[in-house]
Design a protein around this ligand. Structure first.
Ligand SMILES: *Cc1c(COP(=O)(O)O)cnc(C)c1O
Length: 375
């Protein structure tokens, strides 16, 4: 089915089927893109209608960072569990159910657990998630608990949790749904398809945060798939950003004790390291690290200039973009897309602690309100 973009008048684009079907008939990424995926839409599909997230043009943000280029933000926080993880999870859980799995397991910095728990609930199978104790954003923890997963917090980091999960994978009827499961990467590549379908071209640059490096691997695969069948006429350069305290790929060696405010990318030994290297080399891309202060600055700036509330990890590529603009690394007129990987409401504590002010408490009187408003 040919896709074309629909301009809603506000420079916020979503996909729509070209004939009689409206956006309301969207049935998730397997239904939309099954010809490019290992799970087919005729098979039993476990879906929450993920995908079809808006691509939002960010001219205010571009202006505020002095960039003479087009920036488009793919707001993956508007997936069913509020992160891009749902794209991979629909494919991984559908396949697990077809294989007869009764339990899915994952290690997680938070969003994978939220997504796995939701799709397992939808499938009617059980889910166990292993998290680094005390390092999970509140919203993500709330989700895993609400969706009914068995939630285990280990006194260790993500990399240690993933090591345990790898071993659980050998148990009968247990399926690992971390991005070491290749079906996750397959599903996640559909975000690149949507970007190309919406813009009707591939971007010149794609910016994204890098944690376990599954997503940079997935986007690159998606952009290459479309290029190889001539749906697009170019390939973007992939620009990845790690947090300075968790930058194994940038540093060239694993980080034993990763630390960053961006908990979703607090990973010291990425499972898809090789995939990231391939994406960076083949696309003539670039990877760098950004400080937590830069992440928080970008996090607040995109909220204030565009009304877009993303989680701290999603602000890492924006912090990277601010640097690239300063260093004149991006030619003027370039079309840049960036993955806003998760919703800001996932991590209310970081927002409240960094807003820089609290509500102004006054008496319930009009005069007091007017005075406070400066009127
Ligand atoms: C998982 C996640 C990332 C990191 O993606 P990787 O595929 O692990 O590199 C970034 N941001 C958010 C919000 C995430 O949930």
């Amino acid at each position: 089915m040919k896709l074309h973009p629909v301009d809603t008048g506000s420079e916020t684009l979503r996909l729509m089927n070209n004939s009689d079907q409206s956006i309301l008939s969207w049935k998730g990424i397997i239904h939309q893109y099954s010809r490019y995926l290992p799970v087919k839409s005729e098979d039993a599909v476990i879906s929450l209608n993920e995908g079809n997230t808006p691509l939002i043009r960010a001219d205010n943000f571009a202006k505020s960072i002095g960039g003479d280029f087009e920036i488009w933000l793919k707001f993956e926080g508007l997936n069913p569990t509020c992160s891009f993880k749902d794209r991979g999870m629909t494919v991984a859980v559908s396949a697990a159910v077809q294989k007869g799995a009764e339990t899915v397991v994952c290690a997680s910095t938070g969003n994978t657990s939220a997504s796995a728990a939701a799709y397992a609930a939808r499938a009617g199978i059980s889910c166990t998630v292993i998290l680094p104790h005390g390092k999970i954003a509140q919203g993500k923890l709330a989700q895993a608990l609400m969706y009914g997963a068995t939630v285990i917090a280990v006194e260790g980091n993500f990399d240690q949790a993933l090591q345990i999960v790898r071993e659980l994978g050998s148990i009968d009827k247990v399926e690992v749904v971390n991005s070491i499961n290749p079906l996750r990467i397959e599903g996640q590549k559909t975000a690149a398809f949507e970007i190309c379908d919406t813009l009707q071209r591939a971007p010149d640059y794609h910016f994204l945060p890098v944690g376990n490096a599954g997503n940079i691997t997935a986007y690159w695969r998606g952009f290459k798939d479309y290029f190889s069948i001539q749906k697009t006429d170019r390939l973007p350069a992939m620009f990845g950003f790690q947090a300075a305290g968790a930058a194994p790929i940038v540093n060239g060696e694993p980080v034993a004790n990763p630390e960053t405010v961006a908990t979703a990318i607090r990973i010291g030994n990425p499972a898809s390291w090789q995939g990231a290297n391939t994406a960076l080399q083949e696309s003539k891309g670039f990877i760098d690290k950004v400080e937590d202060e830069e992440i928080i600055h970008a996090y607040k700036l995109v909220a204030k200039t565009e009304g877009l509330f993303v989680e701290p990890a999603s602000a890492a590529p924006l912090a990277g973009l601010i640097r690239c603009a300063k260093e004149n690394r991006i030619p003027s007129g370039s079309v840049i897309t960036a993955s806003m990987t998760g919703h800001g409401l996932k991590d209310p504590d970081t927002a409240i602690n960094n807003a820089g002010f609290s509500p102004i408490v006054i008496k319930p009187e009009l005069d007091e309100v007017l005075k406070t408003m400066g009127l």
